[in-house]
Design a protein around this ligand. Structure first.
Ligand code: NAD
Length: 498
């Protein structure tokens, strides 16, 4: 029986107060590989108290000193990237190549956060009135908490805490209870980097820990990434206790193909978007929309691309499609496919009941292609979060834009075309706030802002890049005048004598 994992509080690995545990299974084998303690509000109190205490000194530590541990962490993450990637495959299931992407994107966040001494500089102006200067500084705020999902065990926590900590705040992370092993290893590295005690903490748990963080009077702000219902819950509960919150939710991403697109490359990018990470990506393509004549070619090439997909254990170098996260996810996706068929979709390729030799217990799903998706049906509206593609035909680009703008989600969308005018119109008119032109997974990099709109995002300020500086700091403006003895300070200005 594997050991129960520890929390990391005040610079030490300590036991959780939770007596219940969550079983972590390797999705490729169904083998039990760890036990996540389901922590309690006592764990939350301990971690937040440590972070609050550390903030008193950390907030006044020079920014250039605050980023030094991040430089060390970057070097350690580079050194251990392959080992961490293997851990990601073991607990999540994605392929080793995808897992390397997960960790490398995380490292980029650390790199960008080391620029905080420049990023958080303020504004000033001398003589805003005669003899008076004004200066706006960005101040850290206090303790922040992060709650993250299962699908990117390494990257998503890095969207937040390096920026929070570099800008002078302290942090409590609660990773997904389904994939905590990656963060356990990363926190072993963090513990070697020289962060003062309490600056960065991690507690394991489920909804009790989440709700405890949302309610805690000493937590100033919350970062959340996960499904839309929980994003809404965390946003509502945390803002009710006066916190600043950014909560990223689910998605339903439409990819549109025009007849003038470079077909082979476009279809490859679209299919990779749908099946990469077994479709368990908030930026995964879900519905492929062929405009006019593009539809027939799209259908033909999508079916051809299916021949290249190899389902298997992510550690096998030939595998291009790993298992989904859990038996429950496998059953949910299987049931969604059945509903789609009952609502009129035509099943072109059925990935249900896919078995991988030697891995009979794994949660594998082969690629599924459903044609003739009708607007308003489950397949057209619900986030499937599995390796399932829906095909649709519309008459014009305007029809495609109108349809995708009607979705309750608005995370990302892509257009495939060689027509600049069509691309410009698409960018201008679509609601999803991350847009790809001939890009299947338009994920903004660490130095840009990330996040969708509508039910894919709750909050006002997006994630990473310059937005993170906005989120993690408060602007303070000082107006300053110095009197000089013996000199009349009521000097004249263009507005007259003051
Ligand atoms: P999830 O909502 O089940 O879990 C996310 C976090 O919420 C976890 O840490 C979990 O412990 C906690 N949680 C779960 N149920 C809770 C409850 N009832 N009360 C309080 N806390 C609870 O999401 P998931 O399945 O881990 O992740 C997949 C989802 O995340 C998908 O919907 C995906 O689109 C979304 N996601 C979105 C983005 C984005 O950028 N918008 C990025 C990654 C993932």
């Amino acid at each position: 029986m594997p050991n129960k994992l520890s929390n990391y509080i005040n610079g030490q690995f300590v036991d959780s107060h939770g007596s219940e545990t969550f079983d972590i299974h390797n999705p490729a084998t169904n083998k039990l590989i760890g036990l996540t303690p389901l922590g309690t509000t006592t764990d939350v109190d301990q971690a937040v108290a440590a972070a609050k205490e550390a903030f008193q000194t950390w907030r006044n530590t020079p920014a250039i000193d605050r980023v030094q541990p991040l430089f060390k962490l970057k070097a350690l993450l580079d050194e251990h990237a392959k080992e961490i990637a293997e851990l990601i495959v073991k607990e999540h299931g994605k392929t080793l190549k995808e897992a390397m992407g997960d960790i490398l994107r995380g490292i980029q966040m650390v790199e960008v956060a080391t620029g905080m001494p420049s990023l958080m500089m303020g504004e000033n102006l001398t003589n805003i009135a005669a003899g008076i200067d004004a200066s706006t500084e960005r101040r850290p705020i206090g303790v922040f908490a992060g709650i993250t999902p299962f699908n990117f065990p390494a990257m998503v926590p890095f969207w937040f805490w390096p920026f929070a900590v570099a800008s002078g705040n302290t942090y409590v992370l609660k990773p997904s209870e389904r994939v905590p092993l990656t963060q356990m290893r990363i926190f072993e590295l963090i513990s070697q980097c020289g962060f003062p005690k309490g600056v960065i903490n991690m507690i394991h748990g489920g909804k009790d820990v989440v709700n405890g963080l949302c309610d805690h009077a000493d937590v100033e702000g919350v970062n959340f990434v996960g499904s839309t219902p929980i994003a809404k819950h965390v946003y509502t509960r945390s803002t009710a206790s006066g916190k600043r919150v950014q909560a990223l939710g689910g998605a339903k991403n439409f990819m549109v193909l025009l007849p003038d697109a470079v077909m082979d490359q476009s279809i490859k990018a679209m299919v990779d978007s749908c099946y990469g990470c077994a479709g368990e990506r908030c930026l995964a393509g879900s519905i492929l929309v062929g405009v006019g004549d593009a539809y027939d070619k799209m259908k033909e090439l999508v079916l051809k691309e299916m021949e290249n997909i190899v389902v298997g254990n992510g550690l096998d170098s030939k595998t291009t499609l790993g298992p989904v996260i859990s038996k429950a996810a496998q059953e949910r996706i299987t049931s969604d496919i059945a509903t789609a068929v009952s609502e009129g979709a035509e099943l072109l390729i059925d990935g249900r009941n896919t078995k991988v030799s030697g891995h009979e217990e794994g949660y594998f799903m082969g690629p599924t292609v459903l044609d003739k998706i009708n607007p308003g049906t489950l397949m057209a509206t619900k986030e499937i979060f599995g390796p399932v593609i829906g095909l649709m035909q519309v008459k014009t680009l305007d029809d495609a834009i109108e349809m995708l703008n009607g979705s309750e989600f608005a995370n990302t969308t892509s257009l495939f075309t060689t027509n600049g005018g069509a691309a410009r119109k698409f960018i201008n008119q679509v609601i999803p706030s991350m847009v790809g032109i001939n890009i299947g997974v338009p994920a903004p990099m660490a130095f840009f802002s990330f996040g969708g709109s509508k039910d894919s995002f709750f909050g006002d300020i997006k994630v990473h890049g310059n937005s993170s500086v906005e989120f993690f700091t408060e602007k303070h403006t000082s107006m300053i005048r110095w009197y000089e003895k013996g000199i009349d300070s009521s000097v004249s200005s263009i507005w007259g004598t003051k």
